[in-house]
Design a protein. Structure first.
Length: 450
């Protein structure tokens, strides 16, 4: 007897940004029939041509594959979502000046989905939101726009997106997925869909618990980075090397997972999600001072870099004003093109205000994005950035900075000073070559004494 062909899961992903596009393409690659819906025509057109506007290793080649085998395409036509069992919302949730999320994109997406909702469909929210949003904001919008009833006619779930930028395609297949659904039947259906990607499934009792987990994930990371930054501040003032201490402290001692101090915490999520948790808790009557202080500690790190530039230049009889300073690495983290909330911009502004002549270098950031954010062009070549410079500031941990040709760079510079904000350089090596050097939690005096 011929084997019955396995029916394909049918999924519509609403919002083809940093999260939506890798997810849509990965689901299509695991065998689902996927349509990606976005309001932005330029994105839909680009994606349908096999070009990704998101830099994620493996994404563009997988996109081309799933376009070719017919499992994926992008659309601007909302009515198409009627034909898909699952509708996943991956629109943006930026925050206002108090750190409270602006849910306009979620609202407009929910209304559009509601207008097209059919019996039996399941709507899954993946955007990061305050607890209760899926049940008390999205579900009522869906019911109102559709005239259907949650539970009887359609299901909802919250499944946090936990992938890290730069590793999304790999992590989508391996990470544990948390599922909080409105009822058991929906939970089972959503479990089957996400199981097709790979990784363990953890089902929790409600969407609101899954929403809390996402905020806890990012708050935990941000707070732990702040702790590492405080360790660096302590090491600095005590004249000790924090990196040697952290590496040794973590080694074969499972209870320690000390993170890496650095020039600051950027990106669109760690900078906002802890504030969402603090805000909703405060509104409900409980303040969360540790979380707010951790944010403050991390926000102050770019200023630490600025102060190091000032003191190293002073040691070399220079002032920031009229010094040529090259910022190496502009994106918020290693090997991505994402400039959102990047600490490099804060460092740039502080130096610029003091009258420095600043040169920008980053091989990943798109030139037009750099110009828009920094109001100045980046140079395309590392040597050009270093030429006649008085100080190099490593603001991002791009892999290439681990292999800087320091000998050659020293010949190019006017005053050979380096501020290593991301622990890319061996301080002993730099000092031996005749550089003046400071790092975050790596005071020069410690290496000179050795
Ligand atoms: N960027 C990241 O690495 C991570 C982001 N998140 C969360 O995922 C969510 C999405 O973030 P990103 O992908 O970075 O945002 P993004 O801004 O890159 O993408 C959002 C996309 O949604 C589209 N959009 C907005 N309103 C729409 C509507 N009504 N209908 C259809 N499309 C619409 C936009 O045109 C855009 O392409 C946010 O809540 C974020 O906090 C969670 C984990 C990681
Ligand atoms: C809890 C957690 O691990 N959250 C992840 C985080 O990913 P994201 O892409 O923002 O990258 P990240 O590696 O946390 O880096 C964020 C920022 O923090 C800095 N950073 C990171 C780790 C560290 O030890 N020290 C440090 O200073 C980075 O330089 C960067 O500026 O936030 C993502 C998100 O929600 O956007 C989330 O999906 C990811 O799983």
């Amino acid at each position: 007897m011929a084997k019955k062909a396995k029916s394909k899961e049918k999924v519509c992903v609403v919002g083809l940004g940093f999260i939506g596009l890798p997810l849509a393409v990965s689901l299509a690659n695991s065998g689902a029939e996927v349509v990606g819906y976005d309001l932005r025509r330029e994105i839909v057109d680009r994606v349908n041509k096999g070009q990704s506007h998101v830099f994620e290793p493996g994404l563009e080649e997988t996109l081309r594959k799933v376009l070719k085998n017919g499992n994926f395409r992008a659309t601007q036509l909302a009515s198409e979502m009627q034909k898909y069992k699952f509708v996943i919302i991956t629109v943006g949730t930026p925050t206002d000046s108090n750190g409270y999320p602006i849910l306009d994109q979620v609202e407009s997406a929910a209304k559009t989905i509601g207008e097209n909702l059919r019996k039996g469909q399941v709507v899954i929210l993946k955007s990061t939101v305050p607890p209760l949003t899926t049940e008390e904001f999205v579900a009522p919008l869906l019911e109102k726009a559709s005239g259907l009833k949650l539970g009887a006619d359609f299901g909802i779930a919250f499944v946090p997106e936990r992938t890290i930028e730069g590793q999304a395609m790999r992590e989508l297949k391996t990470l544990t997925k948390v599922i909080g659904a409105s009822d058991q039947k929906t939970a089972k259906e959503v479990e089957k869909l996400f199981k097709s990607l790979g990784g363990t499934i953890v089902k929790v009792s409600s969407p609101r618990i899954a929403e809390l987990i996402k905020l806890m994930d990012n708050t935990y990371r941000d707070t732990n980075i702040a702790l590492a930054n405080e360790f660096a501040k302590a090491a600095n003032v005590l004249g000790l090397d924090v990196i040697e201490a952290i590496q040794a402290a973590n080694k074969d001692y499972e209870r320690n997972k000390i993170l890496i101090p650095g020039a600051g915490v950027g990106g669109s999520c760690l900078t906002k999600d802890p504030l969402i948790l603090a805000h909703v808790s405060e509104k409900a009557g409980e303040s969360l001072p540790l979380i707010r202080v951790a944010r403050k500690v991390n926000n102050e790190m770019p200023e630490k870099i600025f102060n190091l530039v000032r003191s190293v230049l002073k040691r070399n009889k220079r002032e920031i004003r009229n010094s040529k300073i090259a910022i190496l690495g502009l994106t918020f983290k290693r090997d991505t093109n994402d400039l959102r909330e990047t600490p490099a911009k804060v460092i740039y502004d502080l130096l610029n205000r003091e009258g420095a002549q600043i040169v920008l270098y980053d091989r990943f950031a798109f030139p037009e994005d750099v110009e828009k954010l920094f109001k100045t062009k980046k140079v395309e070549n590392l040597e050009e950035a270093c030429k006649n410079a008085d100080c190099l500031v490593i603001a991002t941990d791009h892999s290439e900075f681990r292999e800087l040709k320091l000998k050659r760079i020293k010949e190019l510079m006017r005053t050979p000073c380096i501020i290593d904000g991301r622990h890319m350089i061996n301080p002993n090596f730099a000092l031996d070559l005749g550089f003046d050097f400071e790092g975050i939690g790596r005071p020069k005096e410690y290496f000179e004494r050795k």
